[in-house]
Design a protein around this ligand. Structure first.
Ligand SMILES: NC(=O)c1ccc[n+]([C@@H]2O[C@H](COP(=O)([O-])OP(=O)(O)OC[C@H]3O[C@@H](n4cnc5c(N)ncnc54)[C@H](OP(=O)(O)O)[C@@H]3O)[C@@H](O)[C@H]2O)c1
Length: 315
């Protein structure tokens, strides 16, 4: 199948693109930086520069590629207000532009990346705008599948880079709310598998799936597991979430990307585990891939071994 992918140059996107290629699909990437795409995938994919704020740019590319389906992965964790890249623009407006253009061109299948915690009354801007994007797609008439993963484990997970660089300098980290906030991390290979399998499984159409791994872990436990793999003693200091929210307000004005943001603190207000919200299918990996997710311990070890390879080869 000819598939148009956005966000293919990101952490998750790389695995989705590889899986698509392995499964024999013809892949076309819509990107802001064609050089990055070419250095990652060479001639294995078609690369097309797109401005996702400009519908005519999207239309030109989609009409020339004429894909059977779209996989839309673009998302940001922090707003870049200096460049006008707000959550509203990148999550909602990009999606609205892509799906409205696709609908007009008769492209009627999309697999969409959302995030666990996305719901109508979510406190964070990240999740609110993800919800608007979901709703826009659901109302577009396009046959959709939406995935909402918890934290995704893989060698390129940003948390590893952040924690590594911070604790190398000073082995101390702050734990918002004591780090009791729970995730249910899911392996990036399972996430990629779900996106690609959805294309060939009509039973996934019209559904929202939560994607979680085998184990719920608190933020404190996850960090403890990461530091113990690195054999690094780190002092974890609990700080109130409200205090970190206001600290985030300050640092995000001074540094881009910030080490953490106020919106991230709002994202941590509720546990990020599957089965809490009633508007989605929980057990997404099991339902779509028809097997259990890769176990947490195996996934974390693989991800951290891969992280070590990346960082050793980049010096
Ligand atoms: N990582 C997780 O744990 C996690 C968990 C749940 C949901 N998600 C969702 O999964 C998706 C992918 O996340 P990720 O971890 O792979 O993020 P990532 O590594 O930061 O990749 C983001 C992708 O979006 C593209 N992008 C960002 N801003 C853009 C813009 N203004 N114009 C065009 N392209 C833009 C990036 O392009 P460049 O390569 O040019 O920067 C990159 O391809 C996001 O929607 C995220 O919300 C991630």
């Amino acid at each position: 199948m000819r598939v148009f992918v956005t966000g293919g140059t990101g952490f998750v996107g790389r695995y989705v693109v590889k899986e698509l290629i392995n499964e024999g699909h013809e892949v076309h990437l819509g990107v802001r930086n064609p050089r990055k795409a070419e250095s990652l995938f060479g001639g294995d994919v078609g690369t097309h520069e797109v401005n996702f704020l400009d519908r005519s740019s999207i239309e030109a590319v989609l009409s020339s590629v004429n894909p059977k389906a779209i996989i839309h992965l673009i998302g940001i964790l922090f707003e870049d207000r200096r460049r006008g890249l707000t959550f509203e623009k990148v999550h909602y407006l990009f999606s609205a532009n892509i799906y409205e253009t696709a609908r007009q061109l008769g492209i009627d299948r999309a697999v969409h990346m959302s995030a666990l915690g996305t719901h109508d009354s979510a406190p964070s801007r990240y999740h609110q705008t993800k919800r608007w994007a979901e709703k826009g797609l659901m109302e577009s008439g396009i046959r959709f599948t939406i995935f909402r993963p918890s934290l995704i484990l893989g060698p390129e997970q940003k948390l590893f880079f952040d924690m590594d660089s911070v604790t190398r300098v000073l082995p101390v980290v702050a734990l918002p709310g004591g780090g009791n906030y729970r995730f249910q991390p899911v392996d990036v290979r399972d996430v990629a598998g779900c996106f690609v399998r959805a294309l060939s499984e009509p039973e996934t159409e019209g559904k929202i799936y939560e994607l979680c791994g085998t184990k719920q872990v608190s933020f404190r436990e996850l960090l403890r597991d990461i530091f113990s793999f690195w054999n690094r003693r780190v002092l974890m200091i609990p700080l109130p979430k409200t205090l970190m929210y206001y600290m985030g307000k300050i640092v995000e004005r001074l540094i881009y990307p910030p080490p953490f943001s106020s919106d991230q603190m709002l994202m941590m207000w509720k546990d990020n585990v599957c089965g809490i919200l009633g508007d989605a299918e929980s057990q997404g990996v099991q339902k779509v891939l028809k097997r259990e997710p890769i176990p947490y311990e195996e996934s974390l070890r693989w991800a951290l071994e891969g992280y070590a390879e990346i960082t050793s080869s980049s010096g």
